[in-house]
Design a protein around this ligand. Structure first.
Ligand code: R5P
Length: 286
């Protein structure tokens, strides 16, 4: 199997290849003077089984993925791994006339019948999977966060999700190690501002790990951390699957009294302590 790395997912692609005992294929990426992207898969993939690994961060991630899919059209079998699927939060029409962005993305990826199957790590909403015209599956990295917390030997951690949408994630992080878990109540005011409604959570004197699928501007986590601190928590940690860390997210989170920020490598950053490479490699060899 040939592993084809997208421009934003080189490290993870290399880690997956290592897990599988192979190498990543050489690709060329460049931008033309007018800003257009150029992508070339240098290795010959004709009649080969290929796996493209590309996270969809911002618009260029999508263009890069579409180009890679087109470039491998002569492959025998094509699997696409999308460690982070951007646009997944627009998973339905909230106002008349809106694009269902995740559906538009899914339709684009499944174009021309080149892709045989798709894997996404912790898609924001499982309902998005049905928008793809080919087999699309979710891979759950939450237990890896649970293992990381256990291995750090944080004393009796309480896992807290910032809103109801994070309940399943908090549970999946907590359950294998028997940690307590709960969720807060969040209302979004604007793109980078949220309000967390005070709620009686038993965090006084406890170590807390706030978990969320995505950290973007850090507004959600900073609000949650401040509230939990005010309720007398001891050490506060933050863990996410997809760490975008836009604008001043890191400062906001650290200023809210957080000890450590932990993320996976679906989006590579200095906080990517947990790798999803093994999770993906195991699925590919299943
Ligand atoms: C929202 O539904 C997501 O699960 C995250 O809570 C959200 O994307 C975090 O965004 P931000 O870091 O900008 O508050």
């Amino acid at each position: 199997m040939k592993i084809i790395p997208g421009v934003s997912t080189q490290v993870l692609a290399a880690r997956i290849a290592t897990e599988l005992g192979g190498k990543v294929s050489l690709c060329e990426f460049k931008r033309f003077p007018d800003g257009e992207l150029y992508t070339r898969v240098v290795d010959d993939v004709k009649d080969e089984e290929v796996t493209i690994v590309q996270s969809l961060i911002a618009d260029s991630g999508m263009i890069d993925l579409l180009q890679l899919i087109d470039a491998v059209e002569e492959a025998h079998k094509t699997t696409v791994i999308i460690p982070y699927l951007g646009y997944a939060r627009q998973d339905k029409r909230f106002k008349p006339g809106e694009a269902i962005s995740s559906r538009a993305i899914a339709r684009g990826i499944s174009f021309a019948g080149i892709v045989d199957r798709i894997y996404i790590v912790n898609v924001h909403n499982h309902a998005v999977l049905r928008y793809f015209d080919v087999e699309a599956n979710n891979l759950d990295a939450a237990p890896l966060i649970g293992d990381y917390i256990a291995q750090k030997e944080i004393e009796e951690p309480v896992i807290i999700g910032p809103d109801e949408g994070a309940r399943e994630l908090a549970k999946a992080v907590a359950v294998h190690h028997g940690f307590d878990y709960d969720v807060l109540e969040k209302k979004r005011i604007s793109g980078d501002e949220v309000r967390i409604t005070p709620k009686e959570v038993c965090v006084a004197g406890k170590n807390v790990v706030i978990v969320d699928d995505i950290i973007s501007t850090g507004g959600t986590i900073a609000e949650a951390a401040s509230m939990i601190k005010a309720h007398g928590a001891n050490d506060i940690y933050v863990a996410c699957i997809h760490g975008l860390f836009m604008q001043n997210a890191t400062i906001r989170i650290l200023n809210a009294g957080v000890e450590e920020i932990i993320a996976t490598d679906t989006i590579q950053s200095i906080f990517s302590e947990i790798s999803v490479a093994k999770l993906i490699a195991e699925e590919l060899t299943r």
